[in-house]
Structures are given as structure tokens and as C-alpha cells.
Design a protein around this ligand. Sequence first.
Ligand code: AHR
Length: 327
Amino acid sequence: MARKAFSRMAVSTLAALSLVTLAACGSDSDPASTSGGGGGGDDLIKVGFSQLGAESGWRTANTESVKASLTKENGIDLTFVDAQQKQENQIKALRDFVDQGVDVIAFSPVIETGWDEVLQDIKDAEIPVVLVDRTVETTVEDPFVTWIGADFKQEGTTAGEWVKENHPDAKIFELQGTMGSGAQTDRQEGFREVVGANVIGEASGNFTRAEGKTATEAALAAYPDMDLIFAHNDDMGLGAIEAIEAAGKKPGEDIKIVTVDGVRDGLQALVDKKFNFVVECNPVFGDQIVDLIKKVDAGETVEKETIVVDEAFDQTITQEFVDARSF
Ligand code: AHR
């Protein structure tokens, strides 16, 4: 039976690791990949990182954090591949990493399911996996050593609690992220446990600004009564602003907007009173990923889960706060 690879817990558990050190690897010739290059020294840890895409401001900030931290100065010889939101690209990158004999594989899975075969192959090759950001559902036993990311369900719950307290009668349209991704399923679950009865419509905007705008245009026609949008990320909320203004309505007033992420553009919309509430999902944890990779490579015991701490913001934040935001 398929199972979720971990359960969300406020307190992380400890798990023992197996130590694997493999032979040297070559550089990926895929145009979407970048490498630490030059083959690195023998003392560098060879890491294959499969990023799921570049769909949002959050993802861009996360990639910058990963690249700034997984450096030769920090002991890492990185091969980074952008999957452009396609699972088949990601599976190919993971197989390439196995062929290259990297020491550690890190990846952010675009959706939760469909990884069984490649995860089994990685396990058979005895390459440890560090799961980043999103989660997997798989039949493979112990498919990864450690996972680091946000508590998506709690983010949805926090958004729902703000709506329940401030707009208990809201007619909500839910602008969902990439269907089948951990960020979509868990945010939806957490939100609906609190205010599910108020949701009158839903559609996916695939975590992008353009698709968020298109989905909102359709929703404005289909649900003329809607007065609040819960967008699973800032980018889709920013697309919703464009659609709402084009329809002659005022975002933040006629239609309230609640989002997740808290990137600078999203917080600017909050200061401009076009967003009403933003739950943070902090993308800057590259330094923590490096620490985990080093420990995993050394065969040390690491926590099975590391939850990145998030905040939440309302319209009382200041312009100075937004200007000082690092992502
Ligand atoms: O998995 C994290 C989510 O992915 C972010 O909230 C979203 O902006 C990104 O696309």
C-alpha cells in the first residue's frame, strides 16, 4: 500500500543513517543543468540536486539559496538540474545522478507520486537521498534519509484560522497549486479543516502568476458571489490581482486575498492593501541543506525531519520591513 513518506509532526524524530560513499562522477551535459565543474577535488562531496522548476518567486529564492550554499568553499561539488515542472525531466536527472555515481542526491519532487521505480534504483545504488521542500508518497521502504521543508498543512490551517476569525461568512474561491504536489494537497487539507464549508469553487493555477490570473478570470465569471480568494502561493495571488482589477473590482476590498509564501512582491501587495493576509513559507534554507548533506555523507545521525520555521503577516507590516526582505 502506498504511504506518505513521513507524518507531519511538531517535533522531529531521529533516525539512524546508512553510510554510502561512491566513486567519482562526471558533469551533466543537459542544457538545464549546471555543475560545480572541473570534477572537483576528491575531498568534495559530489551532490546531484534536482530542482523542480522556476515557477515562482519562492522557487527562484530557494534556488539562489541552494546555489549560494552548496559551493566548493563549503565542500560540495554540485550538479544542479532544473526540471521545468516536469516529472519526467526530474526522473531523468535522478537516473543521470545514479549513472554519475554522486555521493548524495537531493531533490524537490514536483508531485508526490510516481517515484517508486527511480527511488528503488537509487536505493539499489546505495546513494542516500535528502528530500527538499516537497514530499513523496511511495511503496519504497526508507526512500530517503532526511527531509527538510515547511509544514504545508499548518500553513493552510493558519490561513484558514485568519479567515474564520476575520471573515467568517466569506465565499471563498481556492486557487490551488500544482495538483498532486505536497504543497497543494497539504495546504488544501489544513485550510479546509477550518473553513472548508465556505469554499464555493476551486481551480489550479499551477503556482504561476499567469495561470493564477487565467484561473481567476474564469472564477470571476463562474462565481460572481465570491469575495475571498485563498491562493496557495503569492504568485497566483498576484495574478488574481490583475484579473480582479481588469474586471473593475478592488483586490483587498471587494475580493479579499489570502496567500502563502511572503516573498517581497507578495508582502508589497500586503502593504499596498491588495493582499489581506500572507502566511510565510521561507525558501532560504540552503545552509541547513549543506549541514544535512555533510552529516549524511559522513554517516552521522540526522533528524528524519527538519521543519523550516514560518511566520504570518497582516496589513500592519511596514514598507521598511518589505524593503529589508531578503527574498
Ligand atoms: O513547494 C513550495 C511552493 O512551491 C511554494 O509555496 C510555491 O511558491 C512554489 O511554487
